[in-house]
Design a protein around this ligand. Structure first.
Ligand code: HEC
Length: 391
């Protein structure tokens, strides 16, 4: 590790997740850190050999950003070092980094091996953290004790560049900080919603597909509505409302004192739903344009979130579920209906289109802070029908 310029480099080259191969942060994190470390160490050692630590300060402040940019760019990640005692204030640890540093420090205090860790974020990115331990006497020439390891001219140069420097007084074996590699969110089913984003989406084609008796959830729609458990006055979110097949019956079930949020990623569907609600004089429907990562609903506003043949369209389930958790009132419910996906039994369409079966989806929802409260077994055959409560 190395003296760096007061700018930390963050380069993300991946704009569309679906053109990128899926990467594995647990495997790639250590490699990326090792690569950056080797390049920075090489530059530092060269500079010190050429002109001592004071020279290295200047050289590294120019080279380090370049190295970090190159390594980040090559891997499509954001690379950064962070610490609670920064030299450059931009490297000050944020909350998540400070928590990781505390864990590392605790492990070191126990004398155990300090393992890197992975931390998923609500925006569906994943951060890899690796400890930076001062293990090379060379580091102390700039991070040790002034008057001992740090030469007076080096100290002067450091203080000139970094008047708020906190990164001295270290000893060999101390935890100096951490590396953070942030992997951008990756879609679990790249491209699955692409067609719905088309501004010229032909809604008529979709009403034909969605609202046909051969589709089980259409055929059984009245029983489904009855089994959801809506009461007058409730706020219900119809997540991925599509052509609004359930929106109007829900609006009638919750009554004028209640509310239906029709949530969709397709602007065209929302337009259609507004017209559909107006036609039958239903006034308690509010359309909401969501994103791939968020349901975009107000905090603690929803009693029941209805997700019917839609969860398998969540590209960033963790992020969407986190936003849903916030949108639900304490004790609020998720009603999940999705295709049974059983190899050898389910159709090719389901096997290809739906990325996973009931068990996987249930475990993802549980991990997002929900508990399963029951299953409705007598309404559907091709689909399962499960209820969860927000913890
Ligand atoms: C030539 C002086 C010098 C040497 C030697 C040096 N550093 Fe630094 N170090 C710096 C400077 C300057 C910065 C501020 C970089 C910046 O502006 O981002 C820094 C920053 C850091 C940071 C980022 C956090 C912060 O405080 O801003 C870490 C971590 C770090 N050094 C660890 C090490 C380790 C480990 C070694 C030994 C391998 C080492 N350094 C050797 C000068 C040095």
């Amino acid at each position: 590790m190395i003296a760096m310029k007061p700018t930390i480099i963050a380069v993300v080259i991946v704009s569309a997740a679906f053109v990128q191969a899926q990467s594995n942060p647990a495997e790639e994190g250590p490699k990326i850190v090792a690569e950056a470390f080797a390049k920075l160490s090489g530059a530092l050692t060269d500079a010190i050999a050429k002109g001592g630590p004071t020279n290295a300060l200047a050289v590294c402040s120019e080279k380090a950003p370049q190295i970090a940019a190159e390594v980040g760019k090559a891997h499509g990640v954001v690379l950064r070092r962070a610490t609670t005692k920064p030299r450059n204030p931009k490297n000050a640890a944020d909350e998540v980094e400070a928590a990781a540093l505390e864990e590392f420090a605790a492990a070191m205090a126990k004398g155990g091996a300090v393992k890197p860790k992975l931390v998923p974020a609500d925006d569906a990115s994943t951060s890899f953290f690796a400890p930076i331990v001062l293990s090379n006497p060379l580091c102390l020439q700039c991070h040790g004790t002034s008057g001992q390891e740090i030469a007076p001219d080096t100290l002067t140069a450091i203080q000139k560049h970094y008047p708020q420097d906190k990164a001295t007084g270290y000893k060999l074996g101390d935890l100096r900080g951490l590396w953070r590699v942030t992997f951008p969110a990756q879609s679990v089913k790249p491209g699955i919603n692409q067609k719905f984003l088309d501004p010229n989406l032909k809604v008529g084609e979709w009403t034909e597909k969605f609202e046909t008796e051969s589709r089980e959830i259409f055929h059984q729609r009245e029983k489904i509505v009855a089994a959801v458990g809506l009461k007058p006055g409730m706020a219900v979110a119809d997540i991925g409302a599509g052509t609004g097949l359930f929106t109007v019956p829900f609006a009638e079930a919750v009554g004028e004192g209640g509310k239906v949020y029709a949530v969709e990623i397709a602007p065209k569907f929302l337009q259609y739903i507004r017209a559909r609600a107006a036609k039958v004089h239903v006034s308690n429907v509010q359309t909401v344009l969501c994103t791939e990562r968020s349901v975009e609903l107000p905090e603690a506003s929803v009693d029941i979130a209805f997700i019917c043949d839609v969860y398998h369209h969540f590209e960033y389930p963790q992020a969407s579920l986190a936003s849903l958790h916030k949108a639900l009132k304490p004790g609020g419910q998720i009603v999940l209906i999705d295709f049974k996906r059983i190899p050898g039994e389910s159709s090719d369409f389901v096997m290809n289109h739906v990325r996973a079966g009931q068990e996987v989806f249930e475990s993802e929802i549980a991990a997002a802070g929900f508990e399963k409260t029951g299953e409705v077994g007598d309404v559907l055959k091709e689909n399962y029908f499960v209820k969860f409560r927000r913890k």
